[in-house]
Design a binder for this molecule. Structure first.
Ligand code: PGA
Length: 255
């Protein structure tokens, strides 16, 4: 059995979805069911424009607020960007950095993602560092090399100590939004690799680091993924847009 020392975490990544009204109704549904959500820590990450409204709605609830991205720079002349200080100021506790859609569609490389990770930490936010290989990389036997390269960029920039207040999300690109999940064994193998890499630097931090799985997690497959020893919860896209489905995933994580 899995002696989980780490409190499971489930984060909903709403991506670029939802009107103001829809966001409000989704949060309402989550709050109505939150009491039955189990022991997992729950975070929701709406689009930037909804953060303040959703944050007000969540005030006093056990659900935490996160953002989907952050600028690597401090406040200043960066039209269109949002600084970590601004996210912290409106009540965000978490921020996703290096999501594969940012890497693939917006040209974010490991160096930029590492700088975003650092910006988040400077302002007391918990970065959720996303790593993961494409299908071609997996088929080419490069999964470990890709995941470690992505992890090492943040590790080299921030040091292992920064991971005491960070989360890593393993999200195989071929499993995101495709309905195709990694098998629990495939996830476990990469999660153990990630934990092991941090453990080479600091055993204590490695033991407490939460490593989430992301990629087509649903209520129906969450339990088998979350029962693996190094899977500490999930980063949930599509299924986080339905309150009932998301809460069922939270229950699966919180046991
Ligand atoms: P998905 O997305 O759950 O819709 O596959 C996960 C993610 O992109 O974080």
């Amino acid at each position: 059995m899995n002696p989980k020392l780490r409190r499971p975490l489930v984060a909903g990544n709403w991506k670029m979805h939802g009107s103001r009204g829809e966001a409000g109704r989704l949060v309402g549904g989550l709050l109505a069911g939150a009491a039955g959500a189990g022991a997992a820590e729950v975070v929701i990450c709406p689009a930037f424009v909804h953060l303040a409204d959703v944050g007000r709605q969540l005030a006093g609830s056990p659900i935490a607020l996160g953002a989907q991205d952050v600028c690597a720079e401090e406040p200043g002349a960066h039209t269109g960007e949002v600084a970590a200080a601004m996210l912290a100021d409106i009540g965000c506790r978490y921020v996703i950095v290096g999501h594969s859609e940012r890497r693939a569609l917006y040209g974010e490389d490991d160096a930029l993602v590492a700088r975003k990770f650092l910006a988040a930490r400077r302002h007391g936010l918990v970065p959720v560092l996303c790593v993961g290989e494409t299908l071609a990389e997996r088929d080419g036997g490069a999964t470990a090399a890709v995941v470690l390269r992505q992890l090492d960029a943040a590790l080299a920039a921030a040091g292992a100590g920064a991971f005491e207040q960070a989360v890593v999300a393993y999200e195989p690109v071929w499993a995101i939004g495709t309905g195709r999940t990694a098998t629990p064994e495939q996830a476990q193998e990469v999660h153990a690799l990630i934990r092991g890499r941090i453990g080479e630097k600091d055993a204590r931090i490695s033991a407490s680091l939460r490593v989430l799985y992301g990629g087509s997690v649903k209520a129906g497959n969450a339990l088998e993924l979350f029962s693996m020893p190094d899977v500490d919860g999930g980063l949930i896209g599509g299924a986080s847009l339905q309150a009932g489905e998301f809460l069922a995933i939270c229950r699966a994580a919180g046991g």
